[in-house]
Ligand binder design. Structure first.
Ligand SMILES: CC(C)(COP(=O)(O)OP(=O)(O)OC[C@H]1O[C@@H](n2cnc3c(N)ncnc32)[C@H](O)[C@@H]1OP(=O)(O)O)[C@@H](O)C(=O)NCCC(=O)NCCS
Length: 189
């Protein structure tokens, strides 16, 4: 595949990973209620705005939850990636949701790679993801980033990424991806 036919290879340099803020609440709510997102989620129900707001505020205040948004130079948000630390095992569960307008462009794998790099700057833990068997795009995205099938439970597959302590970062962050989110939120919008 050439760079021309693979948008994923072209956006990697301009992709910035930012900690999510209040300003992302509306977009994330809309993406959460997208039909494919619901179909591929454990809970397929619509989420009303108030429920989302309450959940979102708690999430932002929780030190064991890391929510990132991937933005292009144009400030377009291409998707989110969330890492929820399991305080018992120390591992983090990863989930990804592409902006529905950005799907099908092979952007999921670069987004996950960049978010994993960013998260590793904060916590160096093993990662896992629960993915429905039917979610072939997600399976390909996680497999491309080094996740391997670990377990299954009915329609849910569990993929794991093992990080050997002391490994080098997957993809060393640039000065852009390292800038504190608070200093970037004004300039990205
Ligand atoms: C899962 C998701 C992030 C993937 O992003 P996407 O934009 O749809 O997929 P991409 O264009 O990045 O493609 C990723 C890979 O899957 C393949 N793919 C895409 N759609 C596919 C489909 N319907 N069937 C099989 N493979 C598919 C692509 O060819 C690509 O593989 P390759 O790089 O080996 O060629 C996105 O569909 C999404 O947000 N879904 C809703 C939320 C969700 O399912 N999250 C995952 C739960 S953990």
């Amino acid at each position: 595949m050439t760079a021309e036919s693979d948008p994923g290879s072209k956006i990697t340099e301009s992709l910035r990973i930012l900690r999510a803020s209040e300003q992302d609440a509306q977009a994330l709510w809309e993406w959460r209620n997208d039909a494919l997102t619901r179909q591929m989620s454990v809970s397929e129900a619509q989420v009303d705005r108030q429920t989302h707001e309450t959940w979102y505020r708690k999430l932002l205040a929780n030190p064991d939850r890391y929510l990132y948004v991937g933005c292009l130079e144009t400030n377009e948000r291409i998707g989110m990636c969330r890492f929820d630390l399991d305080t018992n095992s120390g591992d983090a569960e990863v989930s990804i949701n592409l902006n529905p307008a950005c799907r099908g462009k092979r952007l999921s794998s670069p987004l996950l790679a960049a978010a994993m790099s960013r998260f590793q700057l904060e916590r160096r833990t093993d990662l896992f993801a629960k993915i429905k068997r039917s979610n072939l795009a997600s399976i390909r995205c996680f497999a491309a980033n080094g996740f391997v099938l670990d377990d299954s439970d009915g329609e849910l597959l569990r993929y794991r990424y093992h990080i050997a302590r002391g490994d080098v970062l997957l993809d060393p962050p640039t000065s852009q991806t390292l800038a504190p989110a608070g200093t970037q939120s004004a300039e990205r919008r």
